[in-house]
Design a protein around this ligand. Structure first.
Ligand SMILES: [Zn+2]
Length: 112
């Protein structure tokens, strides 16, 4: 894992904490076009300059968060080198962090 990827991983954790607190703020709740109650969450793509919001139902949010390795990102924001897309929604993607292949390779180096 290089420095850039490490930074991305750290940002994801920070953003998740931000999102957890947003989840409790009722101001972040909006009504969708069909009258569905939606909550706004920060995109978790890990880009330091991304502050875009994802609107999803709280049920969708709970589904994403039921697996700690999963994050919601806006379509087109996924970093396919670091994540695998596990679910596709109209406005966002659910992604799962890939195993840290580099780290595993180092750990299993027979010459160590
Ligand atoms: Zn993003």
């Amino acid at each position: 894992m290089d420095a850039k990827q490490e930074q991305l991983a750290r940002n994801e954790v920070v953003f998740r904490e931000v999102n957890e607190s947003i989840g409790e703020v009722t101001d972040a709740l909006v009504y969708g076009e069909d009258g569905t109650l939606l909550a706004e969450f920060v995109c978790k793509c890990g880009r330091s300059d991304c502050t875009d919001k994802i609107e999803m139902t709280l049920i969708q949010y709970e589904q994403v968060r039921s697996d700690p390795t999963r994050f919601a990102v806006l379509r087109g924001h996924e970093n396919t080198e670091a994540v695998r897309i596990v679910d596709t929604h109209a406005a966002f993607l659910v992604v799962e962090k890939l195993e840290e292949a580099g780290e595993i390779a180092v750990e299993h180096d027979p010459r160590k």
